[in-house]
Design a protein around this ligand. Structure first.
Ligand code: NI
Length: 392
């Protein structure tokens, strides 16, 4: 089955790619996406949209108002980059030291601006409205929450979000019903013992020994407590403590992350962690402090929104649509999809050039197959046409 890029998207392909390269060259972090937001805002204003700046601190919202009493559909892109020094040697490599678009958010913004340009041509035919949502701070600070607080979902009936995905080849669209990305929680554990001479353990409480038992016991949550058919992860990623080879450590700090696809498993992990920690503390007479913080909730695709996305995406990529390369990563699109029906989908962007095929996201020489941008814009355009023009 061949790929059918929309002809209106083909007409502006160079512009879409140029926007992506411009943003790639000038990456910005978190809420500091001032230049990018200005670029987005100017583009939307030039198209004649109703534009609101400074939503969710530095986000931009643009409304394309159609006719009739149809729904308002939200389309969302994220604009922020990562604190990574780019090592690739591209014409459009980052000029900002230590900052890089290594996740593809430059492409998300370009695809959505491309779709906005095309959809403007259809304004008079739209039975309903389209809200273009460009948010800052997806990478960790939960920009989506600030966007929602500032009203970006008011009068929006349904929302769709996109992610370029180097784990899937160009031409594939990864999407599924239900959970598609995980809850991304984090925690720290401080073990307080009593230090002493390494040759005289009597009277001490060895924080290293306690941490060893604790780390091992925590791995039993995923292997013994959660349903093996429901993915979960508990990772201790960092251990700090101790003074010297011959000193029994009085304090160890552990940091880690817990991932799950459901509210139930999320709670189960947290509860079991508490039980295991208090049990181990008692066993070794240590004092253990535990701080568990909830990060982004799981991203859960609404069944009907998923079907709508599939209907339109199939018109672009044919049967190469459906099963995603799933990940236990998190996404703050989840906050939107908690409030209103929504669907988040992946657009395969593994570079066709075999040498680049395996470059993963968040890698210092990350790059995409830019043809994937045209697929993304086409799906957005097709989706709006199917929902606001074809369905009356
Ligand atoms: Ni990302």
């Amino acid at each position: 089955m061949k790929i059918s890029i929309r002809s209106e998207v083909k007409d502006i392909a160079e512009e879409i790619i140029a926007i992506r390269r411009d943003i790639h060259k000038h990456p910005e972090l978190g809420f500091e996406v001032h230049r990018t937001a200005e670029l987005v805002s100017n583009h939307l204003k030039k198209l004649g949209f109703n534009v609101s700046d400074g939503i969710g601190k530095t986000g931009v919202v643009g409304d394309l108002i159609g006719h009739g009493s149809g729904p308002t559909i939200g389309l969302r892109a994220d604009m922020d980059a990562l604190p990574i020094q780019e090592t690739s040697d591209l014409l459009y490599s980052s000029v900002n030291d230590g900052i890089m678009h290594a996740c593809g958010h430059d492409g998300h913004t370009a695809m959505l601006l491309g779709a906005a340009t095309v959809l403007k041509q259809f304004q008079n035919q739209l039975n309903g409205n389209v809200r273009f949502i460009f948010q800052p701070a997806e990478e960790g600070d939960g920009g989506a929450r600030y966007m929602i607080e500032d009203g970006c979902l008011e009068s929006v009936d349904e929302i769709f979000g996109i992610h370029l995905w180097n784990y899937q080849p160009y031409g594939e669209v990864g999407v599924k019903e239900g959970p598609i990305l995980a809850a991304a929680d984090f925690f720290d554990i401080t073990i307080k013992g009593i230090g002493g001479h390494g040759a005289a353990p009597q009277g001490t409480i060895d924080a290293v020994l306690v941490s060893a038992h604790l780390i091992t016991a925590l791995q039993s949550i995923v292997s013994r407590n959660t349903n093996p058919l429901e993915s979960t992860v508990v990772t201790i990623g960092q251990i700090n403590g101790g003074h010297n080879f011959n000193v029994i450590a009085d304090k160890i700090v552990l940091k880690g992350t817990a991932r799950s696809y459901s509210k139930e498993n999320r709670q189960l992990i947290q509860d079991r962690m508490e039980e295991i920690i208090s049990g181990i503390a008692k066993t070794f007479s240590a004092e253990i402090d535990f701080n568990y913080s909830e990060g982004y909730p799981p991203t859960v695709n609404n069944e009907i929104s998923y079907q709508k996305l599939m209907l339109s995406a199939k018109k672009i990529v044919g049967d190469k649509c459906g099963f995603p390369y799933l990940s236990m990563g998190g996404e703050d699109f989840s906050y939107y999809a908690e409030k209103i029906p929504g669907c988040f989908f992946f657009v395969g962007s593994a570079p066709s050039d075999k040498k680049l095929r395996s470059v993963p996201h968040h890698c210092s020489h990350f790059d995409i197959d830019e043809n994937a941008l045209l697929i993304g814009s086409s799906i957005f355009v097709q989706l709006i046409e199917d929902q606001l023009i074809n369905i009356r």
